[in-house]
Ligand binder design. Structure first.
Ligand code: SF4
Ligand code: SF4
Ligand code: SF4
Length: 267
């Protein structure tokens, strides 16, 4: 785990989406085509995508009392798991750790989608359209996987999303400091939300994004005890892929097919 981490305090987030916009701007990512009622609870765009690395979602926590519904607002990006399923399954070792952050090397990526399927948080996405006029150090490339890189590309000291948050709902500091802040804040939050919890302390060996929730993690669809993908199963797929890869002549499309065949033969 890197020395630093993010703290998302959902009790402070106003849903202004400054973080979402700042990420788009800093990474030179295009806007999404949206429909007003397409996303859940008016959330637009509906989810993270290959061109939206940071997403603000309006989230119903308890709608049982129609007079007094309980809502929260979730800021979501890659959680930067210490034990990262995406990194474990990538057959090209295109996903690696940089200062503890989980980063994708698009030069190596073959667009096989293994990371997309392995991430239980639905974070990485393979870009399916030509958007080469966007991007920063490199143009965006079709059939490559993209997600938040913790501002390690087009590097900056404080990630753009954390820098702009006007509510202090998204902060960035050393991980021990973030954990200290989260625990202290939880005591305050529990007075209004007795079931409030902290997510990210232990999951996948500790996440790079610690989140204060108004309710239990399950209410947000976040598993308390998620399991890393099996190393034995991954190794079997990778071994078969290595054999088939001998016949792909470094062609990315053939490599992608070889990975799909290897998976089918092994699983
Ligand atoms: S949240 Fe998903 S994409 Fe991010 S490090 Fe964890 S497994 Fe990988
Ligand atoms: S799409 Fe495939 S090759 Fe690209 S980063 Fe994901 S797992 Fe690796
Ligand atoms: S850390 Fe950087 S890349 Fe990741 S969501 Fe924030 S602004 Fe976007």
């Amino acid at each position: 785990m890197s020395g630093n981490a993010f703290l998302v305090d959902t009790t402070k987030c106003s849903g202004c989406r400054a973080c979402q916009v700042a990420c788009k701007q800093w990474n030179n990512l295009p806007a999404e085509k949206t429909e007003f009622f397409a996303g859940p609870e008016y959330t637009n765009p509906a989810e993270l995508s290959a061109i939206t690395f940071n997403h603000v979602k309006f989230f119903p926590v308890d709608m049982s009392n129609k007079e007094k519904p309980v809502w929260t607002i979730m800021h979501k990006k890659c959680y930067h798991c210490t034990v990262a399923n995406c990194e474990r399954v990538c057959p090209e070792k295109a996903i690696y750790k940089l200062d503890g952050w989980t980063v994708i090397d698009q030069d190596k990526c073959i667009g096989c989608g293994a990371c997309v399927n392995a991430c239980i948080y639905h974070v990485p996405h393979v870009l399916e359209e030509d958007l080469s006029q966007y991007g920063t150090e490199q143009p965006l490339r079709k059939y490559k996987s993209y997600k938040c890189h913790a501002c390690t590309v087009n590097k900056r000291a404080v990630p753009a999303c954390a820098k702009v948050c006007p509510m202090g709902a998204l902060t960035y500091a050393s991980r021990p400091e973030i954990i200290k802040r989260a625990k202290a804040r939880l005591e305050v939050v529990k007075k209004d939300f007795p079931k409030a919890s902290i997510y990210g302390l232990d999951q996948f060996g500790g996440l790079g994004v610690i989140t204060i929730l108004k309710d239990a993690p399950e209410a947000y669809g976040l598993p308390v005890d998620p399991k890393p993908v099996s190393i034995t199963e991954v190794k079997a797929i990778h071994d078969t892929y290595a054999l088939l890869d001998l016949f792909t002549f470094r062609n990315k499309m053939l490599k992608k097919t070889a990975y799909k065949v290897a998976k089918k033969l092994t699983v």
